[in-house]
Design a protein around this ligand. Structure first.
Ligand code: TRP
Length: 349
């Protein structure tokens, strides 16, 4: 048997604001399934982070904890290999966040490019919830509490890992030793998948995402609505592949690379119509999503099993995150009743 500690540690997670979609699959889920046997993997149902911009709808956040857990099991994240846990049930994460906040300036948070984009997208302007502005710090707590060195995420999460590593270096400097490891983002080569309209990234809120639990009809409908090349009017016309959403999806999901290259050639030359092209993408997606949808429906019948799995994952994670918190408290020299930290300031009797 592999010695547990010899495997590199992965930590990643998802906000529980809605069911996961194909963008999550290409961006991170696929990597997690592939890596779970060679890594020690932890996955967070990030309900506390979801609240940072959904405090007006905590019901939605709570309901989606189970929905996202079902998505995980459906894509093949295996609880025997991966520890799945609920973020808000891990108090050590909040305590670490509180300590880390002292190593970060507000100006640095405001400069975080992802936060900047998200503030704009949500229209917060100057009314930014403090919890939202600070969520990169909470994310640093998530990552370091598990001592993760690998974080499989989508492209937009790169700045979060950068900020995590800044915090890690500051904590280590203050502690005078390498208490926490730095982490690396694992970002897939396919980059960011746009929504069907080709404009923004695929997003739960924009209604143009293909959820992993989509029905065959929904899949067909979303593929039909996909943006192609507006100047490609007849099948015989030459068409543009660049910026064509259908080809971006084929690049991300068609396992037959040679056939994708051939289709691109034909499309550029003229002679491949949008309808035929879309039927091909639809086939690819129907094949990908059918087993996922079926597994999801099967697991959803046994919510008791899902809850037990979450309970045991969360309790394992609680012990690990608490141990890291103890080390950080000790490293930073906080008062402690049962450690030597208080010795220094106490006069000898
Ligand atoms: N911010 C991530 C997202 O929006 C979710 C997340 C929370 C996460 N904690 C994390 C990702 C820790 C990686 C590591 O998808």
């Amino acid at each position: 048997m592999l010695v547990e500690t010899s495997r590199p540690i992965i930590l990643t997670g998802d906000r529980t604001t809605g069911p996961l979609h194909l963008g999550h699959y290409a961006g991170s889920l696929r990597n997690r399934v592939a890596l779970q046997r060679t890594h020690r993997q932890f996955v967070l149902l990030a309900d506390a982070q979801a609240l940072t911009d959904n405090m007006d709808d905590p019901d939605k956040v709570r309901r989606n904890v189970l929905e996202v857990a079902l998505d995980y099991l459906a894509v093949g994240i295996d609880p025997a290999e991966t520890t799945i846990c609920v973020q808000s049930a891990l108090p050590a994460l909040s305590e670490l966040t509180q300590l880390y906040l002292n190593f970060v300036t507000v100006a640095r948070l405001e400069r975080n490019p992802t936060i900047k984009d998200e503030i704009q997208a949500r229209g917060f302007e100057r009314d930014i919830p403090a919890g939202f502005l600070c969520y990169p710090v909470a994310q640093a707590a998530d990552i370091t509490a598990f001592k993760a060195t690998v974080v499989p995420v989508g492209l937009d999460q790169g700045p979060m890992i950068e900020q995590t590593n800044e915090i890690v270096r500051r904590v280590n400097r203050q502690a005078g030793r390498d208490l926490l490891p730095e982490a690396k983002a694992l970002i897939p080569a396919t980059g960011r998948l746009p929504g069907a309209d080709g404009k923004a990234k695929m997003s739960k809120s924009l209604g143009d995402a293909i959820p992993l639990s989509a029905t065959p009809d929904e899949i067909r409908d979303l593929v039909n609505r996909m943006y192609t090349d507006p100047n490609h009017l007849r099948a015989s016309d030459p068409g543009a592949v660049k910026g064509n959403v259908v080809f971006l999806y084929l690049d991300a999901f068609d396992p037959d690379r040679d056939s994708v290259e051939e289709l691109k050639e034909r499309y550029r030359r003229g002679g491949l119509g949008d309808v035929a092209l879309k039927r091909h993408l639809e086939d690819v997606l129907q094949q990908l999503l059918k087993p996922i949808r079926e597994r999801r429906a099967a697991v959803a019948k046994d919510l008791g099993y899902v809850l037990d799995m979450l309970r045991s994952g969360t309790s394992k994670a609680r012990a690990i995150t608490q141990a890291t918190l103890d080390e950080v408290r000790d490293g930073l020299g906080l008062f402690s009743f049962d450690r030597t930290a208080c010795k220094r300031s106490v006069a000898p009797d």
